[in-house]
Every structure is written in C-alpha cells, then in structure tokens.
Design a protein around this ligand. Structure first.
Ligand SMILES: Nc1ncnc2c1ncn2[C@@H]1O[C@H](COP(=O)(O)OP(=O)(O)O)[C@@H](O)[C@H]1O
Ligand SMILES: [Mg+2]
Length: 464
C-alpha cells in the first residue's frame, strides 16, 4: 500500500485529527475529502498543532520490542517518517454526493479511507455554485480561487466584526458597491465619514450613485420624526422640569407639529405662567442651537434611492447628540417606509451600536427583516451588542480579534462553532471567516480583495 500523506489518528463525534509531516502545507480553513467507495466526507481544519506523536511512537516501539522483533525493527528503521509530525484538528462538515454537498455528520471516517486535500477551486465550486447575484469579494485564503457570494443572501441580518483596522469597513464598502451595481438601494449610517468618500470613486458610475447627507447642512430632523422621549432626553427636559408638561401637551395636541418655530409660538401663547414659558423657551433655544431640527422629507430621499444608489448619512465630527438623533430619526423613517411596503433596502450601520436605542435591536432581529430592511451591522466592540444579535444573525464575517473576551462573545453566534471561530485569532489584514447564508452554512476563510482605487478609511497623514 502506498504511503498515505495524511493519516487518520483519532475521531470523536464530528471531530477528527489527521497526522501529516509538512506543517507549511496545511492551515486552518483548509478542507479534506475523506472517502471510501460509498461516500465522501468533507472535514475542515480548525487548528494545526505539533503532533507530539514522536514520543508515543517511541513508546509503541518499546512495547513491541520482544513481541515481534522484525516488525519493531522495521518501524524503528522508519522512525524518521514520524518525526516532526503535525496534527490537523478538523471538524466534519458534511458529505458530498452526486446531488452536491449536504451538511451534517451522519457518517464517520474509518481507517483505510482515502484522505485528500481539496483545492480552493474545488471547494468554491462545491459550495458556491450558481449564485443568483454573484459578487466577487475575495479569494479563498491561501488559494487563488475566487469567492463569489450571492448578494441575495444579504437579505437578512449580517454582522461584520473584528478588531479595529482588521478590514471590516473595507468589506462593507465592497458589498455596498456590489449591491448598488446590482440596482439595490442602500442607506449607510456613516459614523466615521468614510463612505461619503466613495463619491470620489473612479469606478464606473459608482461615485455618482452615492448621495451624501450632512446633518445641519442638507439633512434635518422634523420634530415629528423622533419620539417625544428622545426629544426630551436630548434637550434635557426632565420629567421634573417645570416645562415638561407644557412640551408633552404640545406633542399630544399638535400632531402636525413640524418645527421649533411653531413650538416656540405655541408655547408663548399657551397662557402658562411666565416662569414656565421662560424655562420652556430656554429649552427650545437649546434645541435650536443643535442646528439639526428642521423640515425635511426623508421619505422622498428614500424613494429617490430606489434605483441603485446609497444614501450616506455622514455623521463624522458631529456631536454625540446629533449622531443619536439622526440615527433614531433615520431608523424610524425606515421602519415606517417598511410598514408602507416601501422597504427592500439595505441598511449599513457602522459602529452604530453606540447610538442605537435598546429597542432597536429587537426591531432589527424581529421586525426589520419582515419589513424588507436588511441590516449589515459593523462593529469592533461585539460585547456592546446584545448577545441575542449574535445568536440570531444569518451571516457572520469575523475578522481578526486579539481579545479572547471579544471572541468568546462572538462565539455565541449560532451559525458557527467556537473552535472554528477561534481561527480568527490568527487572521491577517483583510482576512475573515465568513459563515451563514452567504456561504451555505460552511465556514470559509476568505482574503477580501484589495480595493480597486476606491477611497478607503485610511488615516490622513501629514507625512506620507
Ligand atoms: N482586503 C484588504 N486588502 C487590502 N487592504 C485592506 C483590505 N482590507 C482593509 N484594508 C486596508 O486596511 C485599512 C483598515 O481597513 P478598514 O476596513 O478601514 O478597517 P476596520 O473597518 O476594520 O477598522 C484601510 O486602509 C484599508 O484600506
Ligand atoms: Mg471601520
């Protein structure tokens, strides 16, 4: 029998270990085909370790000594073949048949099975054949096999996470570009002002499809666009403030309220005691000083985004209150549009966990997808998100994490097993583990394509 390059050394449930000699040959994310005459099992490497077999092998030989000296001698002579043995720890992902790949671990590998490494091309072909709306986002890590994911799989809740500078926004922009080029509308909560720069993109027609909104400049928040509680919180109108009741009367009695000008004259003419009116006007002056309240028709802007463009709300260098108010307003408008049957829009939320109100997460997970609002949430602080978001997301793109704590948190994601997720500790720039609808449930280690001349999130330098 020819010497097998990879040898099955242990199996337990869906976990198998394969021994081999060339450590540079195998890395986490690689896949093996373990086959007998009837079927083919696909197993994926989640860790490569030093085998430590050398010692076990020596002990084995010692035991054999005296039993069958010729066999012991043979093994002893070939001891070098077992030096520096490495172990590929693998998870069985499923089986391959004529019908294609099916997930699950019904079959267990056995001694004597043929074990071969699957090339990147083969793997991509097995897993990602015939996407309806193909988007080329990168290559399988360590191979030149292009990865084309189906944009349709983003009609869901997608999380992009990883430490700062690992390549999250770069991937998000890449996905955004594909969506727009395919005629999908999108809205971006651009907390760091990096998407607005896509306007300068040299890509054919792409820059022109980015519509930038800047609060206080060409984006305003009508008073009826946010909940009364949010208005009070932002303008420091506490419940024990003597003007609180006056404001709440205005909100209740003036459903058509539109702007601070109306509010001011209504309060002045309210017949309230002068002290109360004075206090209320003081709060209105404060609201006015934020410079963001005004008449605005966001629904109209949304409608204009229908034909494949992105509305980018540039929140860079805005105060915390304006960021929060703008995000609350936009999300409410989106949900209202969804309820009118005018959803079908992709929402990119960058680092927005800091500005989302708690109820928003329930909305994302439970309501938004039914309203046709597909969210792509990008964060380098996973622990600030409710764990339910990780448990229920449909797609996860996990970039490098140096913190075990962050990774342990992300590993609550139901779409991935913790062992596989821990590959993320060793990923380089632009590399991620992708899993979920977009990879047909199979974790893929992807090297995201570098940009094609698009403006990135680079630090602006004084000295190049
Ligand atoms: N796949 C990639 N190929 C080449 N450069 C990349 C890639 N991903 C990110 N970069 C670059 O690395 C830097 C950080 O990436 P970015 O996506 O802004 O990180 P993050 O959003 O995770 O903080 C940027 O300058 C970006 O252009
Ligand atoms: Mg970023």
């Amino acid at each position: 029998m020819p010497y097998a390059k990879f040898q099955l050394v242990s199996k337990k449930g869906d976990d198998v270990s394969l021994a081999f000699q060339q450590p540079s040959e195998i890395k986490a994310g690689d896949c093996f085909k373990i086959s007998d005459s009837a079927s083919e099992i696909i197993a994926q490497v989640y860790d490569v370790r030093y085998g430590g077999l050398k010692k076990a092998f020596s002990e084995f030989i010692q035991k054999l000594n005296g039993a069958d000296s010729s066999f012991a001698e043979f093994l002893g002579r070939n001891k070098h073949a077992f030096n520096e043995t490495w172990l590929a720890k693998c998870k069985i992902r499923g089986t391959l048949s004529k019908q294609g790949f099916s997930a699950g671990t019904l079959k267990s590998p056995a001694a004597g099975n043929i074990i071969e490494k699957i090339s990147g091309q083969q793997l991509a072909q097995i897993l990602l054949s015939n996407p309806r709306k193909p988007a080329s986002i990168g290559t399988l890590h360590g191979s030149s096999a292009p990865i084309e994911i189906d944009l349709a799989s983003f009609q869901a809740v997608t999380l992009i996470t990883g430490r700062k500078g690992s390549g999250k926004s770069h991937l998000a922009k890449n996905i955004l570009e594909h969506l727009i080029q395919n005629g999908a509308p999108a809205i971006v909560l651009d907390v760091n002002g990096e998407y607005a720069r896509l306007k300068q993109s040299k890509q054919s027609g792409f820059g022109a499809r980015i519509v930038e909104f800047i609060p206080g400049k060409n984006f305003f928040i009508p008073l009826d666009g946010i909940p009364f509680e949010t208005f009070c919180r932002m303008c420091q109108i506490e419940e024990n403030h003597n003007s609180f009741r006056l404001f709440s009367r205005y909100w209740a009695e003036r459903p058509e309220r539109k702007n601070l000008f109306h509010l001011r004259s209504w309060i002045t003419e309210s017949g309230s005691p002068p002290g109360t009116i004075g206090a209320a006007l003081g709060r209105i002056d404060y609201a006015d000083s934020l410079g963001v309240f005004g008449e605005f028709n966001f629904g109209q802007s949304l409608a204009s985004a229908r034909a494949g463009s992105a509305l980018v709300l540039n929140l860079f260098q805005q105060g915390e209150k304006i960021k929060q108010l703008s995000i609350v307003y936009v999300l409410r408008q989106l949900i209202e549009a969804g309820m009118r049957g005018e959803g079908k829009i992709f929402l990119f939320a960058e680092e927005a966990q800091n500005y989302f109100e708690k109820e928003f997460w329930d909305d994302v997970i439970t309501r938004m997808r039914h309203l046709g609002i597909y969210s792509i949430i990008i964060t380098n602080e996973p622990t600030t998100l409710p764990s339910m978001v990780f448990r229920q997301c449909d797609n996860l793109f996990c970039f490098n994490f140096s913190s075990e704590n962050d990774l342990a948190f992300v590993s609550q994601a139901q779409v991935i097993d913790p062992q596989t997720l821990f590959i993320a500790k060793n990923l380089g720039l632009g590399q991620c583990i992708a899993i979920g609808k977009s990879t047909n449930g199979f974790p893929l280690v992807i090297q995201i394509n570098p940009s094609k001349g698009q403006a990135g999130g680079e630090t602006v330098l004084l000295w190049e």
